[in-house]
Design a protein around this ligand. Structure first.
Ligand SMILES: [Zn+2]
Length: 328
């Protein structure tokens, strides 16, 4: 579940804002109630005073504070009761002066001990959704929007299978992968010509897995390399460091368009670092590429090629670009 620092800080900022808004509303309501029922203000002042007295009494040395505290409590109870009567008799909504925390489980802090509370987790999930939406193109990437009828159902003699039959298999495989995703899931390699739905299906998986509460990072190979370059050749700030951690730490990393980036010594080493770190940590990734296995071998170092072709499960996309017919 490690969300990137950026997502976590945006989620925490939203929680803090919600707390502040609730506090502001409560203060405004309280002032309104004081104007309409001035006795309430007197009672609250008296309650605050008696509270201070209780504290003072318990600290006073040399005498037994029990009696004093009991008397103050008595007085307190009477005041509290009067306060309730006033509110009951008033035309204010019963929860007009409700100042209970925005989340009862964690008191609005976002954490129960060192564990993230569901309220903050939900905010992380929603921040991640926003981020994924800005990265994954069209916003239509849902399995239900996938159009199998765009793929010809004639058997293609080149592969002895119809593109539609193959895509039906791929679609089901992707659906099952997303619905059964765990951090122990295998890594997938989407390989095939452009325009066959690789990006669309990896976008569907990203959204679906993110909806289930996992941290998902989706980026192109070009962007991934650019982030590593910015860290290596830029100022190497804490921010650039953290930005790289998202690639190695997230539950699912999806790298789109591998093979479109420029191959340099540096890009090979960055790519190897990401792939190898995730394999060692046992964390899954999905890589999509227009390259076939021969292309991968000729473009990448043997270390990268052997990991991609040996560790990832291959999902083949066969056929001709359906985008050329304006369909995807
Ligand atoms: Zn909470």
């Amino acid at each position: 579940m490690p969300y990137s620092k950026e997502i976590l800080s945006r989620a925490r900022a939203r929680l803090a804002q919600a707390r502040q808004e609730q506090q502001d509303t409560y203060e405004a309501h309280l002032q309104e109630a004081y104007v309409r029922y001035p006795r309430l203000r007197e009672i609250d002042r008296a309650l605050q005073n008696t509270m201070a007295q209780v504290v003072a009494a318990s600290f006073r040395s040399g005498e037994d504070p029990t009696e004093a505290i009991a008397a103050i409590k008595e007085q307190n109870l009477a005041l509290q009761q009067e306060r309730e009567w006033i509110l009951d008799a008033s035309d204010l909504d019963p929860d007009f002066l409700d100042d209970s925390p925005i989340c009862a489980k964690c008191g609005g802090t976002g954490y129960i001990g060192s564990t993230m509370c569901d309220c903050l987790r939900e905010l992380c999930r929603s921040e991640q959704k926003k981020e994924l939406s800005s990265l994954i193109g069209s916003g239509r990437e849902r399995f239900s929007a996938f159009r199998l009828d765009y793929y010809p159902d004639r058997i293609d003699p080149r592969w002895n299978v119809s593109p539609r039959a193959l895509m039906t298999k791929n679609l089901n495989r992707c659906k099952n992968y997303a619905s059964g995703f765990s951090t122990q899931s295998p890594s997938l390699l989407f390989s095939g010509n452009p325009g066959l739905g690789k990006t669309f299906l990896s976008g569907c998986i990203a959204r679906s897995v993110a909806d289930r509460g996992f941290s998902v990072v989706y980026d192109t190979a070009i962007q991934l390399i650019a982030d590593y370059e910015a860290d290596k050749f830029g100022d190497r700030t804490e921010e650039s460091r953290q930005n790289l951690k998202k690639y190695t730490d997230c539950d699912l990393l999806i790298v789109d368009d591998l093979g479109t980036e420029m191959v340099t010594q540096f890009s090979l080493s960055a790519l190897y670092t990401v792939i190898n770190t995730r394999i060692l940590a046992g964390l899954p990734m999905i890589v999509s590429t227009n390259l076939d296995s021969a292309g991968i071998h000729s473009r990448y170092s043997p270390q990268i090629a052997s990991r991609l072709l040996g560790t990832f499960e291959l999902v083949r996309f066969l056929g001709d670009d359906i985008r050329l017919r304006g369909k995807l």
